[in-house]
Ligand binder design. Sequence first.
Ligand code: OGA
Ligand code: MN
Length: 287
Amino acid sequence: MALTARPLHPLFAAEISGVDFSRGVDPETFEEIRVAVHRYGVCVFRGTGLTDESHIALSRLFGELEQAPRFSIARRRFRYPELFDAGNLDPDGNILSDERRRMYNKGNQLWHTDSSFNQHRSAYSLLLAHEVPPVGGDTHFADMRVAYEALPEDRKAQIEDLVAEHWLWHSRMLAGYPEPTEEEKREKPPARHRLVQLHRESGRRTLYLASHASHIVGWPVEEGRRLIRELIEFATQPQFCLAVQWHGPGDLIIWDNRCTMHRATPFEDVRYRRDMRRTTVYEAVDH
Ligand code: OGA
Ligand code: MN
C-alpha cells in the first residue's frame, strides 16, 4: 500500500493517509510508516478507528512497550498496563477533580520528550484520541534536528560533549506538583543522557532535550539549568513549532521521541472531557 504524506510544516511533520487500520497493518505498510516517522519526526493519522487492542498491536510492531508507572496517585483507568493516561478522567470515567492528579498532568504542558527521565529511552510514542474537547487541547511539536542545525557554530561546539541529568520530578515540580514522596523517588530515579545525539535513522544530529532535564553533569546547577532553559527556548521558537488539532476519536499521532519535543496545551479541563491514551516504545537495545 502506498501512503500519502502531506507535510504540515516546512521543516518537519506530515499527515499520512492511505492506511487501512481496520485490517491490521501489513509489514510493507508498517515499513512505510516507520520510514515516514523517521523522516518527518511527527506523523498524524486521522480517524483510524483503532481500539485499545489494535492500538497496542500496532505499537508492538515498533518494538517493546513500556508499562505505565503505578504511582499511588494514579489508580489505573485501563485494563492494559501498556496504556499511559494522558486524559483528564478518573478511573470511573468522570472528570478529574483530584488536585494532585491535575497538577501531575500539568507537567505535560511543559516542552518535553517522553521518558527521557528513564535511562532506557523511549523511541516512539503513539497517542490515540478517544474523546476530545470541543476547543483547546491541541498538542504542540518541535523537531530537535531542525533546532540543532539552526544553532550557531560556537553553541554547537560548547554543548557537543555535555551530559544532562533528567528527573521526572524536576518537570513535575516546575509545574507546581509538590515534592515527591520517598516511594515516588524510588520508583523514578534520575537518568543521564548526552545533550547532542545522532538520530541514526535519518543520519541527522539532534538535541535530546526536555523539561525533565534538571542540570548539566559537572556544571554548577544554576548554570546548567540556564543553558537547558536557553536551548529549550531556542528550539521552540514559533517558526520551529507546529500545533496539531485533534479532530475527534481515532486520531493518532506517532512521534519519534529521540528527535522531537512536544507539549500539551490548556483547555477547560474541569468542564470538558479529554480521553487520550498513549503507548510508548523502548529504543532498541542495540543502539
Ligand atoms: C503525552 C503527552 C500531550 C497531549 O501523552 O506524552 O505529552 O496533548 N500528551 O495530551
Ligand atoms: Mn508527553
